[in-house]
Design a protein around this ligand. Structure first.
Ligand SMILES: *[C@@H]1O[C@H](CO)[C@@H](O)[C@H](O)[C@H]1NC(C)=O
Length: 438
């Protein structure tokens, strides 16, 4: 009865919210998110705490009727040795149980994991991965099965990862081996800290992600995702440490998160649709990016992206769209709105000649088309006099680029930033503008 009431209220709130939502494209998608994935069980903490103490005393695997699976009960020691096997056993037990199940990583302890893959599909209707403590990455790179992954969740529907704990990739072991740091070394991938592949109805919230080996979190080919209240941190000079990378994903909301890393705070790449990022504080880092798209003459589609209520602090870019020459496809229906820039190097930038490689990129005829991009209510400071840069493709110019109330001043002089560079673009503009293409 109690649960039914909660589910009903959740559905009601969710529908109200999508009605009042300013999301300009298709608010309907909120309805398709299983309400089960979101209701808060207020008794949860008590239940888990009680359960944990019982487990610690008796130190046996939980009975099949138990719905909380504490990694300690499966042999996790949190003593610096590898706890992967214990985590895998806890996962398998949870994943093969029916109903709502919890995997519990207790607080005040640090667990060490080699690369692990938590796979579905699961019998459970909802898996809640409660990370109260800390999960640390195994320190020896040669023990990673695949160089590109550390923690992977694969084909798991109705998954929640939360708990206020920390996931630390121990990146300082990997960063010096990057060719971006030491150009003498071959360019090799380092693991993404947490990867979600084909996970529908996913929520990740109240988690700290730190010092990833490369990217912090990757959401790949998922549908209906919420990432809320995340704290993502790495040094500003750590290589390729994107905060949240979205690829091939539909209906994702990233909200109320602080992201300070050495690369893009959020990067949105091909196959992503209905992406909303709001309440993001970003910096240091490379800003919020759509792209890069169209590398190696590939086809790329990104559409319906809204970035709103963001604050960018000392980042190399603010809001950026970057595409390689030679690509195909399109990036369209994009809104950047209510954004505050603080000492950003390139606050507004579209770069269709993106070239992140040592060899020069030759001029090519094709490009990923960029169209319908609105920049609205963007204020703050630029660290350079040129605050706006639209470098569009000669053969496939940018279309439907609009600016409304975009006012940026120089960080030092506090003068209006008067310079914008524009190639192969026609702008529509209205409201107060500090800078226009001539
Ligand atoms: C502004 O940014 C520039 C370039 O990134 C940096 O050198 C400078 O110290 C920053 N100024 C402030 C006040 O943060």
């Amino acid at each position: 009865m109690y649960q039914k009431t909660i589910i009903f209220l959740t559905i009601l709130l969710t529908s109200l919210r999508s009605c009042s939502s300013s999301y300009p494209f298709d608010p309907k998608y909120y309805h398709s998110i299983s309400p089960n994935a979101y209701y808060e069980t207020s008794h949860l903490h008590g239940h888990i705490t009680h359960n944990r103490h019982m487990k610690d005393r008796h130190a046996h695997a939980p009975r099949s009727s138990d719905r909380a699976f504490n990694v300690n009960s499966f042999g996790a020691k949190a003593n610096g040795n590898d706890d992967s096997q214990a985590f895998m056993k806890a996962w398998e037990a949870a994943c093969s149980s029916e109903g709502t199940v919890y995997i519990v990583v207790p607080e005040n302890r640090a667990y060490t994991l080699k690369s692990v893959k938590f796979s579905g599909p699961c019998k459970s209707s909802l898996i809640v991965f409660k990370i109260y403590g800390k999960i640390e990455a195994w320190k020896n790179p040669s023990d990673y099965r695949e160089r590109r992954f550390w923690i992977v969740f694969q084909t798991v529907d109705n998954l929640r990862v939360e708990g206020g704990g920390r996931i630390d990739g121990n990146g300082k072991i990997w960063w010096p081996k990057s060719c971006k740091i030491n150009p003498e070394l071959p360019c090799q991938e380092a693991p993404t800290a947490v990867t979600f592949v084909e996970c529908n109805n996913l929520m990740v919230r109240n988690i700290r992600l730190e010092n990833a080996q490369q990217m912090h979190m990757r959401v790949q080919n998922c549908e209906n995702v919420k990432a809320l209240n995340l704290m993502v941190t790495s040094p500003g000079d750590s290589p390729n440490t994107d905060g949240i990378h979205v690829t091939g994903t539909r209906n994702i909301l990233i909200q109320d998160s602080i992201i300070r890393t050495g690369d893009d705070c959020i990067s949105i790449v091909s196959g992503s649709e209905n992406v909303r990022a709001t309440g993001i504080t970003c910096g240091p880092g490379h800003g919020i990016s759509i792209g890069s798209l169209g590398a190696h003459n590939s086809e790329a589609y990104v559409s319906n992206v809204v970035v709103s209520k963001a604050t960018l602090i000392g980042t190399t870019n603010g809001v950026r769209i970057k595409t390689w020459q030679g690509g195909h496809g399109m990036a369209k229906n994009i809104i950047f709105q209510d954004i505050l820039m603080k000492n950003v190097t390139n606050p507004i930038i579209i770069n269709q000649n993106y070239c992140d490689q040592t060899k020069a990129c030759p001029e090519q005829k094709s490009a990923v088309q960029v169209s319908n991009v609105l920049y609205k209510n963007i204020h703050g400071t630029s660290s350079r006099p040129e605050a706006i840069k639209f470098e569009c493709s000669k053969s496939i110019p940018c279309q439907g680029i609009s600016l409304q109330n975009v006012e940026l001043v120089d960080q030092i002089t506090k003068q209006d930033v008067s310079k914008a560079t524009c190639s192969n673009v026609k702008l529509k503009s209205s409201g107060r503008l500090s800078s226009l293409c001539t």
